[in-house]
Design a protein around this ligand. Structure first.
Ligand SMILES: [Zn+2]
Length: 357
């Protein structure tokens, strides 16, 4: 009795699966494929040998061999997929640029976020100080009529004080003279008019904003600058209230070792008027080149509201009195940060801006 050609099929199939499992690369698999399932493979040789079997035996053996072939082919296909996937990963690894240091330093920066400029920051700090003292913050237009910028402030057309301001005129083709405001004082007029119209006196407000003068920019002058003015209109207001507000502000903003003093001055819209000076922020009063060895730096102007100004807006000077003061926001920033050249405030040099963040 001849033994069946498939007597060792189980063992042989196991060997084939083991061979497939040990194929390490796609190339090896492609090379081995003909010997595993091709015409000269063991499975094909066994197939041919079935011809010598009786028909019934041949059918049974054929089905058995077919099943074995399917197992082998599936294993081969699965192994092919595995090896292809591994080859793809290797390819991606080798294709990837080695960004190494580049990623750390040049391409991926920390997210750069902007910040308010020095003037905006200073303005907001000043507002905070005054709000803490009970003032409200008011805003006004930068383009004004001659009346608001000058006349209502007791500066009629022929008044010599007009020489104090080099003005930008705006030609709108209208008979009325229009200017870029030379100071924030017109906002005081708007506030007082509004308070009269609404019968809402008293007023305790500060008015920060941009102003314009026809100055040639240099280390201490800009054609566009920022002021903050304060206005108080109430009953029984005296010069002592003015001095008290300025001193309280000075200590709150510059520090408790910085004090203020008032010196007689002239402004058309206040009477009496005073310039106010604060302890030199550089030498803390000891005397230095910046303060001409006086220990004091001039900061702004102030005074009691002139009755003519109250009258211009229809406030009864018998019942109400008040004071106003004003100074440069840019000047405050300059003093507090010891800037030697104010032009740095408007030149947008990023090195300066970053330093002041
Ligand atoms: Zn000094």
């Amino acid at each position: 009795m001849t033994s069946s050609p498939l007597a060792r099929l189980g063992e042989q199939t196991t060997d084939l699966l083991s061979t497939i499992g040990s194929l390490a690369t796609l190339d090896a698999l492609i090379e081995a494929e003909p010997s595993l399932t091709g015409k000269r493979s063991l499975l094909s040789t066994l197939q041919k040998s079935l011809g010598s079997l009786e028909p019934d035996d041949r059918r049974a053996a054929g089905a058995q061999l077919q099943a074995a072939r399917r197992v082998v082919e599936e294993a081969l296909s699965a192994r092919r997929s595995e090896l292809e996937r591994a080859a793809r990963v290797l390819q991606l690894e080798s294709d990837r640029l080695d960004l190494g240091d580049v990623v750390d330093s040049a391409v991926v920066h920390a997210l750069s976020v902007g910040h308010p400029g020095l003037i905006a920051t200073t303005q907001s700090q000043l507002e905070d100080v005054f709000v803490g003292m009970g003032f409200t913050v008011a805003d006004g237009p930068e383009v004004e009529s001659d009346w608001y910028n000058f006349e209502a402030l007791n500066i009629p057309p022929a008044h010599p004080a007009r020489g104090m301001w080099d003005t930008f005129y705006v030609d709108l083709g209208e008979p009325e003279t229009v200017v870029l405001r030379t100071h924030t004082s017109p906002t005081q007029i708007h506030l007082m008019e509004e308070a009269v119209a609404r019968n809402s006196l008293p007023i305790h407000s500060v008015m920060p904003g941009r102003c314009y003068r026809r100055d040639t920019p240099d280390a201490s002058h800009l054609y566009s600058f920022h002021q903050i003015e304060g206005l108080v209109v109430d009953r029984g207001i005296t010069f002592a209230d003015l001095a008290g507000v300025i001193e309280t502000f000075t200590r709150a903003y510059f520090g408790s070792d910085i004090t203020s003093r008032l010196r007689p001055a002239y402004f058309p819209f206040t009477e009496p008027s005073a310039e106010f000076e604060v302890t030199c922020t550089l030498c803390r009063g000891g005397g230095c080149r910046t303060c001409s060895f006086t220990g004091w730096l001039e900061l702004g102007g102030s005074g009691m509201l002139d009755p003519a100004v109250l009258e211009a807006v229809g406030i009864d000077g018998e019942e109400w009195s008040g004071f106003a003061f004003g100074f440069g926001i840019d000047r405050c920033a300059q003093m507090r940060h010891q800037l030697t050249d104010m032009r740095a405030l408007i030149e947008n040099d990023t090195r300066f801006l970053e330093q002041m963040s």
